[in-house]
Design a protein around this ligand. Structure first.
Ligand SMILES: *[C@@H]1O[C@H](CO)[C@@H](O)[C@H](O)[C@H]1NC(C)=O
Length: 352
């Protein structure tokens, strides 16, 4: 029989318990925006951006022990920081063994005032992530008004096609989330499919996962209420139509919650985001990394947001930037984030 005290401490909701099982492991001392893909047969490739003197580089690191230790692997792209803005890494290994790496690849306007050309570019590696070549641009155009493209997310579709989700500014109206796909491994790309769009709102930062019920769920940040909140949409047909837009998390006290990602960890969906709710930071970037979970395919979450009895779990404290996730097995995941004073790290968590 359980002691009475323990019984009274058992969670009364369907939420899963999220606990850190390790201290953070260093991936790179100045890496930011870390995303990861499984590498056959049992490694993890981490992808991120890092400054190198007057340049910005996109780099990869390898872990063969589930994120306990990391070693440098390869350099994907490098550009002068004064004239270029490269970031938003998204890696994906294909069944052939080839690894793709999508990123934002913008030219800065002369004099440093904004941008002159926007691109989302894909590179490839056929030797496990050491050497990289240019594959193509998913989208590119001259900067005109507010028409930037941001934050690609690579996903393998069920038919073997490569899908790229990204965010596209729509002039003064804001920003929408789109998906394009390629049936020839990234040579040619389809016309965009709308993933989410709301008049006057800035939707961005898409992450996609299987929902465990035969569909897909995507999470994204939105300004539909003024401040940044985390929303989701669902797709019944592997990403070709999206609907059922709904709220995942609203920051307390009129603060921001944004930059979400979602991963399926066994029967639990884990959504991460960064937020400045309850902490003194002026922005969400540099606040805390938090997670909420769902055990019913994303219908309800461990926190209903502002005023909810169950708060989101803190996965990384103040000073965290651009968090990502990675599923290790049915009950463990890595939190991937940059921490002020430390760098790009992974940290093992138990879900459930
Ligand atoms: C990594 O995790 C998987 C799943 O739990 C496990 O099967 C494997 O043995 C682990 N590998 C190492 C090197 O710890």
């Amino acid at each position: 029989m359980l002691p009475l005290l323990l019984i009274s401490l058992l969670p009364t909701t369907m939420s899963q318990i999220i606990q850190p099982l390790s201290p953070p492991s260093l991936i790179h001392p100045s890496g930011v925006y870390i995303r990861a893909t499984p590498l056959s047969p049992s490694s993890i490739l981490a992808a991120y951006a890092a400054p190198l003197d007057t340049h910005q580089a996109l780099l990869t690191s390898l872990s063969t022990d589930n994120g306990t230790t990391w070693s440098p692997l390869g350099e994907v792209w490098r550009a002068a920081a004064a004239t270029h803005d490269i970031d938003n890494a998204s890696p994906l290994q294909l069944p052939s063994g080839r690894i793709l790496f999508a990123f934002r690849n913008h030219d800065r306007a002369p004099g440093g005032a904004g941008y002159s050309w926007y691109r989302i570019t894909v590179c490839f590696s056929d030797d496990g992530g050491r050497r990289w070549g240019f594959l193509g641009h998913v989208v590119e155009h001259r900067a005109q008004g507010l028409n930037g493209v941001w934050e690609p997310f690579l996903r393998l579709g069920r038919r073997g096609e490569v899908q790229v989700y990204y965010s596209s500014e729509t002039g003064s109206r804001g920003q929408e989330n789109l998906m394009v796909f390629s049936e020839d491994g990234g040579g040619r790309w389809s016309a965009p499919i709308v993933v989410s769009r709301r008049e006057g709102a800035r939707d961005g930062m898409v992450g996609v996962a299987e929902d465990g019920r035969g569909g897909l769920i995507c999470v994204f940040e939105t300004t539909e209420d003024g401040v940044f909140s985390v929303n989701r949409a669902v797709s019944p047909d592997d990403g070709y139509t999206w609907g059922e837009r709904a709220r995942v998390y609203t920051a307390a006290g009129g603060k921001n919650a944004g930059a979400p990602q979602v991963y399926k960890v066994g029967g639990t969906l884990v959504t991460s985001f960064m937020t400045n709710e309850g902490v003194g930071t002026p922005q969400l970037d540099g606040g805390q990394m938090k997670v909420v979970t769902s055990v019913n395919g994303g219908q309800t979450w461990s926190s209903g947001g502002a005023g909810s009895a169950v708060a989101a779990t803190v996965a990384a404290d103040v000073g965290a930037h651009w968090p990502g996730l990675y599923a290790i097995d049915q009950s463990h995941f890595l939190a991937l984030y940059s921490m002020d004073g430390i760098g790009a790290v992974s940290q093992l968590y138990r879900a459930g």
